[in-house]
Structure formats: structure tokens, C-alpha cells
Design a protein around this ligand. Structure first.
Ligand code: ADP
Ligand code: MG
Length: 500
């Protein structure tokens, strides 16, 4: 991807020399050990990396935390200007640089214990120093290329093994770019032959089969549009709406009475549980497969027990059409190295939760015995499948996968616009995060609380992120990085959703 590959020598005073043309400013004023001010002599941008020479530690990495244009234009002079007078404005640019640190002899990240000197030059950071200090890898073999480091032409690779082993969350408000970046990650998974299952409530990911558009960008992302049609399989409970998908069916026989009742609007489960159990036992004793209609027929034949409410609810379930005598087998759904989309567009939420529960439960069991390959499970709209409040059919299995999935090579990718509404037990198990623009104060609070290493000072930064720019944390990356997400190779399916 980029010229400087893995085998560079450790950064020492000797092999980093500084060319004067890279100088961007001079340290001035009171100088602390965590930050200092710099009078900028050349254009500097917020979040850009700089390096400064320290008399004991050698070159130290810093980052532009804020920039201010200081002027001598007073309110009186501004008034004169509005009256048409010509006024001279003197200005200086001052940047606040926060100090990130340097690697000591053992490779540990350290911060100088004495301040820099005022008058010392500040340089634009050397790419090798940035990579070394922030722990960025440059390995296309094991890395997912997600974009460029903000302000630098440095590609950011996330370690795929640590994504799969540590769970990942993608958090942002609606329209913040979650599905877009999830698409980027899935393209990378496909490139690396990772097996993926996507739970896709809006049917956005069918577009992975389509080649993306050529994008013109001022940034050199080096992305070429392509399709992944040969890698993608799509299943859906509703193939009337999702015509490109293979029907997803379940055998009624595998559902117990409680599960069937959980699909209905019946809240007083106890009233009907015994009745339904008896009916199912009777049907099972015949040895044949049965349908919802068969259950209705048996219930209706019983003239003595009042069961009209249950019959009405079962009539509704019959309409949903997800049951068949022959269900979809897990080995049809999961194929090594392929990406399977479960397109749930058009399926009612309670049925979605039931389907998700059945598939993920089966997946977890099969992973335990290695009957399916190690894989990633992508959960869009996760707040609907593992909510913080209330219990849905799939609540329990997500807690289990979040806490135990890693042991069995089942990685979770949790996607949500409502971080505050996702089960905290699930969210806090995600050790890698991609955070895009978030504005809701409750969601910001939940994110700061669940993400290690994210300070409350960053909530300001998160609210102001432009679309397509993410804060990436965790995995092998030792500090939060600001990343401009790369364009998609495939089409992004997000737009079509809004029209519906
Ligand atoms: N990295 C990006 N580069 C270019 N456009 C983007 C990027 N991320 C998001 N967008 C644009 O923003 C829109 C919303 O993004 P999307 O991922 O669908 O949002 P979300 O899933 O968070 O609701 C997309 O349709 C796309 O046009
Ligand atoms: Mg989305």
C-alpha cells in the first residue's frame, strides 16, 4: 500500500533527522509536560501529528489539539471596517500541541518527564515515527484497510485477527456512516476469506454484490470499484420483497410452545401454555410434520376450552410464512470464506428477533464443536436484538456470544445508532470501536462509559466529526485514531432504504 513496510529500524535519534522544510512552528509561552503552545509558521490542521526534539528522549510525537488565529482586530476597528474604512489586521496562528510520547528502549510508550524548551522548532511528523508510536501495522495480509489517518497519507489497517477475537462495535447517529463503514469492513473480510454472517434488518447489504461507482476524491485512497457477487449469499424470510434472496425457512417442529407464544401478542403466557403444549404433543405423536394450520385445526376441534384469542394470534403467524416442513440447514447458510446476508427487510420485528435467536443460537452451538468455521457475526440495529431494557427472544444468546464467543472464534460486530439502548453487557465486551458522529447526550454518555480509554473531553470531538470520519480505538492500536474512511469498492445500499 505504502512505501514504508514492516521492516524499518526502530526509531532512534540517529535515523530520524529533520529537514528544515518540515518545520511548522516554534514552541512559545509556558511549556508543560502534557501540552504546549506553538506559534505556527506553516499551515497546520487540527489532529495533525507533529514531532519535537527533546534533549533526553529524542524525537517525541505530538498532535495538534486546537488552533487559534490571534488578531489585533478590536471591536472598534471592526466597526470602522463596517463603515467602509480600511483597517490593517495583524494575525498570528497559535496551536495547542498535546504530547503523545516516544518509545523507550523496551518499546514502551513513554511521556517525557521534563518539559520541552521554548524556542524549540516543531516539525511535521515523520511517517515512520507516527506508525511506530501509535502502533499502526502495515500488513495487507492480516490487516483490514479502512482508510487514511486524518491529515496524513498513511493507510490505517485494523488487525483482522484481533477484530474477530475481541468483538467490534460501530457507533454513530442515523446517517453517521455506520453501514458504510461496515460495508468497508465486510469487503476487507471477503478479501481475506473470512466467513461472515450479516443480520440485515433493512436489506442494505445486498449491494455488496454490485460494483461501486468511481469516486473522485482529493485524498489518494487507492480504492478500485469491484463486485463481490461470487462471495455473497443472500437469504430472506420474505422473498416477495427481496426477490434476489433464497427463501429462509424454519421447521415448526423445532419450536417449543413458549417460543411460539413469544411470537404472538399474548402476554399472559400461562393461560395458553398448557393448552398449546398438549396440542403440540398430540401433533408430534402422529410422527408427521405439522403446520400452523394443523395447530389451529386441533385447537378449533376442542369446543370446550376457550381458545379464540390463541387461534386469532396463530392466524397472524400463519401469514408470516416462515415455517415449512423442511427448514434451511445451517450448512446451507454458512459456507467457509463466504458472506451470508440474512435479509430481514419486510419481516415484523418480533419475527426478526425469533429468527435471529434461532440462527445465532445454532451458530454458537456449531462453533463450539467446530462444525462451522471461525467467523464474524455482524448485527445491524443491535439495539433491537440485544436491548438494554426489556427482554426479546434474542437477548440471552447475545449476552452469551458477547462473553463466550471469543473463546470459540465467533466474533461480534455490533452496529447501533442508540448506544444507550444496547445491553451494556454486550457493548462493554467490544474491545475495538469505530465511533462516528454522535450527538444524542445519552448515547455519548453510554459510549464514554463503555469504551476504555475514551475521555469525556472526546465527546466534543465525537459530536463534531464530519460524515465519513471515524475515531478508531482498540485492537492493536494503542490510542484513539482519527481516520478518514476509504470509499467503498461495492455499492452502498443505504440510500435505497430511505426511499422506501
Ligand atoms: N465514508 C464515507 N464516504 C462517503 N460517504 C459516506 C461515508 N459514510 C457515509 N457516507 C454517506 O452518508 C450516508 C449515510 O451513511 P450510512 O452508512 O447509510 O449511515 P448509517 O448507517 O449510520 O445510518 C450514505 O448514504 C453515504 O452517502
Ligand atoms: Mg445504517
Amino acid at each position: 500500500m505504502n512505501g514504508s513496510s514492516g521492516d524499518y529500524a526502530p526509531i532512534t535519534l540517529k535515523n530520524i533527522t529533520q529537514n528544515n522544510s518540515d518545520q511548522v512552528g516554534i514552541i512559545y509561552g509556558d511549556v508543560g509536560t502534557t501540552e504546549f503552545k506553538c506559534s505556527a509558521t506553516s499551515s497546520l490542521e487540527k489532529n495533525e501529528y507533529v514531532q519535537i526534539h527533546h534533549e533526553v528522549c529524542g524525537f517525541v510525537l505530538g498532535q495538534v489539539d486546537g488552533i487559534e488565529r490571534r488578531t489585533n482586530l478590536s471591536i472598534e476597528k471592526a466597526q470602522q471596517m463596517s463603515n467602509g474604512d480600511e483597517v490593517d489586521i495583524e494575525e498570528t496562528i497559535s496551536a495547542i500541541i498535546s504530547i503523545i510520547g516516544y518509545r523507550d528502549g523496551r518499546g514502551l510508550l513513554q511521556v517525557p518527564r521534563t518539559p520541552f524548551r521554548a524556542g524549540e522548532p516543531v516539525y511535521r511528523a515523520d511517517e515512520r515515527l507516527i506508525r511506530d508510536i501509535i502502533g499502526l501495522q502495515d500488513d495487507i495480509k492480516t490487516g483490514a484497510y479502512i482508510g487514511l489517518l486524518s491529515g496524513h497519507d498513511i493507510p490505517v489497517f485494523m488487525d483482522i485477527n484481533s477484530i474477530v477475537q475481541k468483538h467490534l462495535s460501530v457507533l454513530a447517529k442515523t446517517g453517521g456512516g455506520k453501514s458504510y463503514v461496515v460495508g468497508v469492513l465486510i469487503e476487507e473480510f471477503m478479501k481475506h476469506n473470512i466467513t461472515v454472517l450479516i443480520l440485515d434488518p433493512h436489506g442494505e447489504f445486498s449491494a455488496l454484490k454490485k460494483r461501486g461507482k468511481d469516486v473522485t476524491s482529493t485524498r489518494k485512497f487507492g480504492v478500485h470499484p469491484r463486485s463481490y457477487r461470487d462471495k455473497v449469499m443472500e437469504f430472506s424470510p420474505d422473498t416477495n420483497i427481496n426477490k434476489d434472496a433464497v427463501p429462509l425457512k424454519f421447521t415448526l417442529r423445532n419450536l417449543d410452545p413458549r417460543e411460539i407464544l413469544s411470537l404472538t401478542n399474548i402476554r399472559n403466557v400461562r393461560t395458553y401454555l398448557v393448552m398449546l403444549r398438549k396440542t403440540l404433543d398430540y401433533l408430534k405423536s402422529s410422527g408427521r410434520d405439522y403446520t400452523i394450520q394443523d395447530i389451529i385445526d386441533v385447537l378449533e376441534a376442542d369446543k370446550e376450552t376457550p381458545n379464540g384469542v390463541l387461534v386469532d394470534e396463530l392466524e397472524y403467524l400463519k401469514e408470516v410464512d416462515i415455517f415449512a416442513s423442511k427448514g434451511t440447514k445451517m450448512n446451507e447458510l454458512i459456507v467457509k470464506g463466504k458472506t451470508t446476508i440474512i435479509n430481514l427487510r419486510g419481516t415484523p420485528p418480533d419475527i426478526q428477533q425469533l429468527i435471529v435467536n434461532r440462527i445465532t443460537t445454532a451458530l454458537f452451538e456449531l462453533r463450539k464443536t467446530n462444525a462451522v468455521p471461525p467467523m464474524m457475526l455482524v448485527v445491524e440495529e443491535a439495539h433491537n436484538f440485544c436491548p438494554q431494557q426489556g427482554q426479546v427472544a434474542s437477548s440471552k444468546i447475545f449476552k452469551t456470544i458477547a462473553s463466550e464467543g471469543r473463546k470459540f472464534g465467533l466474533g461480534l460486530l455490533i452496529v447501533t445508532q442508540r448506544a444507550a439502548k444496547v445491553d451494556k453487557n454486550v457493548l462493554s465486551q467490544c474491545n475495538t470501536q469505530i465511533i462516528l458522529k454522535v450527538t444524542n447526550p445519552n448515547d455519548l454518555k453510554a459510549i464514554i462509559a463503555s469504551v476504555e480509554g475514551l475521555t469525556s473531553g472526546m465527546s466534543d470531538e465525537i459530536q463534531r466529526l464530519p460524515i465519513g470520519v471515524a475515531i478508531v480505538m482498540g485492537g492493536k492500536i494503542s490510542m484513539p485514531l482519527i481516520v478518514e474512511i476509504r470509499p467503498r469498492e461495492t455499492m452502498h445500499g443505504g440510500e435505497s432504504v430511505k426511499i422506501l
